[in-house]
Ligand binder design. Structure first.
Ligand code: NAP
Length: 470
């Protein structure tokens, strides 16, 4: 596939190979963009902004609805692209496409709700003759940088609201999974989005990252990815708005009054969805001592039923990790944990990019598998004596995206809601529950700002105050 810059689909001699992580088969190539492509993309986006800010809202709404329709009519094709260039199974990929249709549809709906309000200027003595209001205007060019693990819907979470709000976009998708983003770009163009509003540059972050993030024409950087890269971007960005959706190692608390079957089923799914390569993935489960043994037995038995294999087979529960390098990193973290005294209850082995779903108990607090984001199929079980201890351990890491609690007690639930230091608390659900209209984002090292269309739109527009002196 080719890059989308200005009014053209652009090719280059230097290519990036897009490989199926299961067998390293070549799926396609994309151009390896360089600084000149970044320059061209920003130049085009400057014009794209002038175009989009003047498009009436009803037309933006039509384009977004039409894009959602195109996605719907090619649902299986998009799903297969996700499940071939990335790690997701075909079943997981289908869910991502259906969520992406929601994301674009909600962007259309929210476009008509970008509103302001009147200001009571006469609330101050001497201002009796003033009347006025504020409205929201688009901020300009949004630089969107996206990760590999949701290669379609996380792109839509930036491009949908950016277009709805009247902005232009320069998008850089993850190098290992650029095809879903480019196909979404094709859908927008087919839906009638004028050229230049959306520009997609494919290329390595290490090569073009600085040119992208330092460019003063970008008025906002909307980044989703790892905390380290996010921090680097913030340090280089200069005076721009920043949206950071970063990593986590989410905690789940299981109380003695929980429905254990529900807690096991949802936590296994939350731990191993997308091979654990999920920013909301369950990594630490704190279980009340009175139900610990029963929970552990059920959890390990359920984990061992998972079928690992080729992503495109309908009965595969867990596909390959994104690269062998990533699988080797997880293997090293497991080795370190075992040497530090952690006890392996299931899994632990890999073959190429295929990793067994892995369960530990007694994970030392200093082990990377406890305090860092594993971004792989590994989950730790911890026995705790009380809810206070569980909450304190849940909060003991630098991350804070989502937390969860399984309990039948309202007071337990409300205590967890109040005291968990996170951007969202799921009660009787896994940490990875999300719908696309809710405010989404983390605290501490998990991020800055919120996505979820309405909330992204607040970041991607500014209030302009207007006052008449009558
Ligand atoms: P990553 O390595 O941080 O990469 C994310 C994006 O940043 C890619 O497009 C990457 O390009 C680009 N990039 C890398 N270095 C850059 C630089 N110096 N300047 C500008 N851009 C640069 O993350 P990933 O491995 O793709 O994704 C996994 C991470 O994303 C996890 O930590 C996960 O928790 C996080 N994530 C967070 C959320 C959320 O909503 N909070 C959602 C999903 C994922 P290349 O691909 O070319 O390196």
């Amino acid at each position: 596939m080719r890059m989308l810059i200005g009014e053209k689909w652009v090719d280059k001699d230097e290519k990036i190979e897009v490989l199926n992580p299961f067998n390293n088969e070549l799926i396609d190539t994309v151009p390896s963009g360089d600084r000149s492509d970044v320059e061209a993309a920003f130049q085009a986006a400057e014009e794209g902004f002038k175009i989009n800010r003047n498009i009436p809202v009803h037309q933006r709404i039509s384009i977004l609805y039409k894009t959602a329709e195109i996605l719907k009519s090619h649902q299986e094709e998009f799903s297969r692209t996700i499940a071939t260039e990335g790690s997701k199974t075909i079943k997981e990929a289908r869910k991502e496409v259906s969520r992406c249709i929601d994301t674009i549809t909600i962007s259309a709906e929210e476009a008509r709700r970008i509103v302001g309000e009147t200001i009571p200027f006469d609330s101050r003595e001497g201002s009796e003759n003033r009347v006025g209001y504020y409205y929201r205007f688009p901020i300009g060019i949004i630089l969107a940088i996206t990760p590999f693990n949701d290669p379609l819907n996380l792109v839509a979470h930036k491009v949908g609201p950016a277009i709805a709000g009247g902005n232009a976009v320069v998008l850089k998708p993850a190098t290992v999974t650029p095809l879903s983003a480019l196909k979404l770009g094709e859908a927008f163009i087919e839906a009638g989005l004028p050229w230049k509003i959306l520009n997609i540059v494919t290329g390595h972050g290490s090569k073009i990252g600085d040119a992208l993030v330092k460019d003063p024409r970008a008025r906002m950087i909307s980044f989703t990815g790892g905390t380290e890269v996010g921090e680097e971007i913030v340090s280089k960005a200069g005076l721009k708005k920043i949206g950071m959706e970063l990593g986590s190692n989410s905690p789940v608390i299981v109380m003695d009054d929980a429905d254990l079957e529900q807690a096991v089923e949802l936590s296994v799914s939350g731990a191993f969805w997308a091979v654990g390569q999920n920013c909301l993935g369950v990594q630490r489960i704190y279980i009340h001592k009175d139900v610990y043994d029963e929970f552990e037995e059920m959890f390990v038995a359920r984990t061992k039923k998972m079928k690992v294999g080729f992503q495109l087979e309908e009965d595969t529960d867990m596909g390959p990790m994104i690269t062998e390098g990533e699988a080797e990193r997880v293997e090293m973290w497991i080795k370190e944990a075992l040497e530090a005294g952690a006890e392996l209850l299931a899994g632990g082995k890999r073959e190429g990019t295929l990793f067994e779903p892995t369960v530990f108990r007694n994970m030392p607090s200093s082990a990377k598998l406890n305090c860092e984001e594993v971004f792989g199929p590994v989950v730790n079980l911890y026995k705790v004596s009380s809810l206070d201890v569980a909450i304190s351990l849940a909060n003991s890491v630098k991350y804070g995206l989502h937390g969860a609690i399984f309990t039948r007690s309202l007071s337990n639930a409300f205590k967890a809601i109040k005291e968990l230091d996170v951007g969202g608390v799921m009660v009787n659900d896994s940490t990875d529950y999300r719908i696309d209209m809710m405010p989404f984002g983390g605290v501490k090292w998990s991020g800055l700002g919120r996505e979820g269309i309405k909330f992204a739109l607040l970041e991607m527009t500014e209030p302009k105050i207007v006052c008449f002196n009558l």
